[in-house]
Design a protein around this ligand. Structure first.
Ligand SMILES: Cc1cc2nc3c(=O)[nH]c(=O)nc-3n(C[C@H](O)[C@H](O)[C@H](O)COP(=O)(O)O)c2cc1C
Length: 200
């Protein structure tokens, strides 16, 4: 199977970390709201600085009233395949935080880092539940902000396309060859004791 041949971690991590990947070829299976909320529930348990939980998730399931609007948030490239997704989720995060017992809002410098942790939990739960979650930075953030009335103290982080992974033949020709789990840089390129590692 592709995942086992391409992804062979030399250290003994749990299989869920290499079994998660980001498919683009989706079957047209719909997702029921309970399953979608189960996946978002995992995101809720992400860690965040001050436990501020700055993440927010707005979603639309395919063929519901908001679907066309959510599809319009994506770049042409992403829309070309994510149109078959079962759901699109917008991830936003609050840039400010009110300390318990205080009146004023202070900057929450970790809002994006925290939202990234929540996204990772979401993606892992999706994978464990048999769904593919694919994060998307190719989005029109200003349109998202405007259409969803997202205030300025929230950052629009990314979108996520969620669907059942299908066969690569479901994709436009140009995307078929890329439809497989990817590898990673070696650990020694990204982690070292007591010194900074550069590189690209
Ligand atoms: C924040 C973020 C933004 C991404 N944006 C896009 C995107 O706009 N379009 C796309 O096709 N893939 C996008 N990806 C998917 C990445 O290319 C993918 O996660 C990466 O190649 C690793 O592959 P894997 O998730 O299958 O392990 C994005 C991933 C992340 C985490």
């Amino acid at each position: 199977m592709a995942i086992q041949t391409i992804r062979t971690p030399p250290y003994p991590i749990d299989a869920q970390f290499v079994e998660r990947w980001s498919p683009r070829a989706f079957t047209l299976d719909p997702i029921d709201e309970r399953t979608l909320l189960t996946i978002l529930e995992a995101a809720r348990w992400g860690p965040s600085s001050h436990n501020a939980q700055p993440w927010r998730f707005m979603y639309a399931r395919r063929d519901t009233e908001s679907w066309e609007m959510f599809l319009s948030f994506l770049s042409d490239f992403n829309r070309s395949w994510a149109t078959r997704a079962a759901a699109i989720i917008v991830v936003a995060s609050m840039r400010t935080f009110r300390m318990p017992g205080k009146d004023e809002e202070v900057p929450l410098l970790t809002h994006s880092f925290d939202a990234g942790a929540a996204w990772a939990f979401l993606a892992l739960q999706a994978s464990l539940s048999g769904w593919g979650a694919h994060a998307l930075a190719g989005i029109n953030s200003e349109k998202i902000r405007s259409d969803l009335d997202i205030p300025d103290n929230f950052a629009v982080e990314a979108c996520v396309a969620l669907g059942q992974a299908g066969d690569a033949t479901l994709l436009p020709d140009s995307l078929r060859a890329r439809e497989m789990p990817s590898d990673r840089k070696p650990l020694s390129d990204i982690a070292a004791e007591g010194r900074f590692i550069g590189g690209s």
